[in-house]
Design a protein around this ligand. Structure first.
Ligand SMILES: [Cu+2]
Length: 122
């Protein structure tokens, strides 16, 4: 018992030092990750009769915006009819907010061979 008393403060100081070192290191990686993607928003470009990226994974609540960069009109139609855009002319956009987790396969209503997928996580 008597021998432990001087040891404890040293351990406590070592623990505090380790904790504060961890705390001062963590904000940088977290901040970098938060800046990499705008929270709550994602974009998909339509170009050369392709959705790019063809598959994206986003957290629930994300608003996904498709923009048509082709000279031809395209649309965005969920295979399960969860969403459907009007035909998008060059430069036009369509947005849909994914509130419910799940996998949403979609296609172009004008060119059924064009496919994409939005994976919504919790
Ligand atoms: Cu199309």
């Amino acid at each position: 018992m008597l021998n432990l008393t001087p040891v404890r403060p040293v351990l406590a100081i070592a623990l505090l030092a380790a904790l504060s070192a961890a705390a001062s290191l963590s904000p940088n990686p977290l901040g970098a990750a938060a800046e990499a993607a705008t929270p709550g928003k994602a974009t998909i470009k339509i170009a050369n009769f392709d959705f790019g990226p063809a598959t994206i994974t986003v957290p629930a609540g994300t608003s996904v915006t498709w923009t048509n960069n082709d000279d031809d009109a395209h649309s965005v139609v969920a295979d399960n009819k969860a969403f459907r855009s009007a035909p998008l002319d060059t430069g036009e956009s369509y947005s849909f907010t994914f509130a419910t987790p799940g996998t949403y396969a979609y296609h172009c209503g004008l060119h059924p061979q064009m496919h994409g997928k939005v994976v919504v996580t919790r």
